[in-house]
Design a protein around this ligand. Structure first.
Ligand code: FES
Length: 164
């Protein structure tokens, strides 16, 4: 049996609640399927994503990250989706620099009424990630995880772990 057949990629989709989240909901209620392994995180606007969020999502075990926003020119905050696209492109460059395929992160745009289109884009992305396979990143990061900053410098020093 091909090992890839059993592999279900772990995909996180950051979806704007005004469009892509509603489109995903419409796909579900219209019984148009998209991969169950795609987990949706609803945001007030894709402009709310930043490069740190996306990179941390990979660190935490995602094999692919989809950012789905309103159609260009239709963002409720005017330029949020344009900034999101720039950030996604920067993350794609960073992934390439650390030896991961830049196809692991993608920005798409859909309207709330495009349930079928959302499902199509989600299925295409899942197929791409399935072909690429797991990143293996979580294991590497987990072996040497740094403590999270907890506020002031003193507490950060207390939490410093020299084992890494
Ligand atoms: Fe939807 Fe900005 S409000 S991407």
């Amino acid at each position: 049996m091909d090992a890839n057949m059993a592999y279900e990629p772990n995909i996180i989709a950051f979806c704007c609640m005004h469009c892509a989240y509603a489109a995903a909901d419409l796909a579900g209620s219209s019984r148009i399927s998209y991969p169950a392994s795609l987990k949706i995180v609803s945001l007030p606007c894709t402009g709310r994503t930043d490069m740190g969020h996306i990179l941390k999502t990979f660190e935490d075990g995602a094999d692919g990250v989809l950012v789905a926003g309103c159609l260009e020119g239709r963002c409720h905050f005017q330029t949020g989706n344009l900034y999101a696209r720039q950030r996604v492109e920067h993350v794609a460059e960073l992934l390439e620099q650390i030896g991961l395929d830049n196809e692991r992160v993608r920005m798409v745009n859909v309207s709330a009424g495009q349930g079928a289109r959302f499902a199509e884009l989600a299925n295409e992305f899942a197929e791409t990630i399935k072909t690429l396979g797991p990143t293996g990143l979580k294991k590497k990061v987990g072996a040497c995880e740094l403590p999270m900053p907890t506020g002031d410098k003193a507490s950060q020093m207390e939490n410093k772990d020299d084992s890494c």
